[in-house]
Design a protein around this ligand. Structure first.
Ligand code: UDP
Ligand code: MG
Length: 329
């Protein structure tokens, strides 16, 4: 999958720092397994490590548990958000705080196996700026989630002029230049997968089998996924807005033909009283189409409102374990 890049692009890991960014929302049950897997898989890689845990307004023990770990382990850093802002915002907070030469966002539930980071690193050393995981085997997802994910990628990539590789998530290794590029994107609507693809750079995928959540339960619900999908599409395409011009022109054309037909008929045959059915069809279809068009407009206007307000993407309540030098936000 990975073509060889010219040798002058090579980098070396010696003396480099890796930042892991782990968004967490009610993840107490997985924390033991998470930290021991990180220790086993990432510590031997020969890098300095910082483990940035972003507590996204958890209502369980997550924060207290993390604080205990931070006392014992100087690599553990905690960003505690003031409430639940959602995974995308939590990731953004982590990216802003990360000091590493490379950064890897990781799900807390071990669905992004830390063991893969070694492979990511090898490709980074060959010169890639982004090495992303591709879910080769999604059998751990429910059929519904798989189908809806496939439908989403198809629609998204049809509409967007910046396609995202199918079956990728946030799990990836990014060079510092990519992180700096991401930090320049000011939008509130953080559809990270789309932003990751938008910034460009040399990217390569590594297939892996996505395991099931190690413990605890998912924070996603279907209505949230629907909003997420709309966020993605509206952030990367204006086609849903523009398509109505075409639909309108087409309908107007049809209406004109039909009008000519009616006029001709009245002139030739005379007045024709029945017409209830055709009237109703035109009326119902016409108003429904207008409502949909209005709704689509609303989706964009609502998001523009969010952007114009320009509120911060997240609020930090507490920062623990960060060295003073990188604390200057
Ligand atoms: N997450 C978060 N804030 C949220 C929802 C989820 O930080 O509002 C984190 C969660 O703790 C996990 C990651 O995002 O580390 C992925 O979430 P989850 O496993 O629940 O989603 P799924 O894998 O089912 O898509
Ligand atoms: Mg998960």
């Amino acid at each position: 999958m990975a073509e060889m890049l010219p040798l002058e692009n090579r980098r070396h890991r010696a003396g480099k720092t890796l930042s892991l960014i782990i968004p967490m929302h009610n993840e107490t049950p997985v924390l033991d397994a998470l930290f021991s897997r990180i220790d086993n898989a990432v510590s031997p890689l020969g890098l300095d490590l910082e483990i940035i845990c972003v507590d996204d307004g958890s209502r369980d023990d997550t924060l207290a548990n993390l604080e205990r770990r931070a006392l014992a382990d100087p690599r553990v850093r905690i960003l505690s958000l003031s409430r639940n802002f959602g995974k995308e915002a939590a990731l953004t907070a982590g990216l802003d705080a990360a000091a590493g030469d490379m950064v890897v966002p990781l799900d807390a539930d071990l669905q992004d196996p830390p063991e893969l980071i070694g492979e990511f690193l090898t490709l980074w050393e060959q010169g890639y700026e982004v090495v992303y995981g591709v879910r080769a085997d999604r059998s751990s997802d429910t059929t519904g989630k798989r189908l809806s994910a496939n439908a989403f990628y198809t629609v998204f990539n049809f509409l967007s002029d910046r396609p995202i590789p199918a079956s990728t998530g946030d799990f990836r290794l990014m060079d510092r230049v990519v992180v700096e590029a991401l930090k320049q994107l000011p939008e509130r609507n953080r559809f990270m997968k789309g932003l990751f693809a938008w910034v460009g750079f040399r990217q390569v995928g590594v297939p892996y089998a996505r395991p099931e959540r190690a413990a605890g339960e998912t924070s996603w619900r279907y209505h949230k996924l629907w909003r997420f999908a709309l966020d993605g599409v509206t952030a990367f395409s204006t086609m849903p807005l523009r398509v109505w011009t075409g639909i309108g022109l087409f309908a107007a054309g049809l209406a004109l033909v039909y009008a000519l037909f009616i006029i001709a008929r009245v002139l030739l045959i005379g007045r024709d009283i029945p017409g209830y059915a055709s009237l109703m069809v035109v009326l119902l279809f016409g108003t429904a189409a207008q409502l949909i068009a209005l709704g689509v407009l609303g989706e964009y206007v609502g998001r523009m409102y969010e952007e114009v307000k320009a509120r911060p993407i997240y609020m930090i309540q507490k920062k623990i374990g960060f060295p003073p030098a990188t604390d200057g936000r």
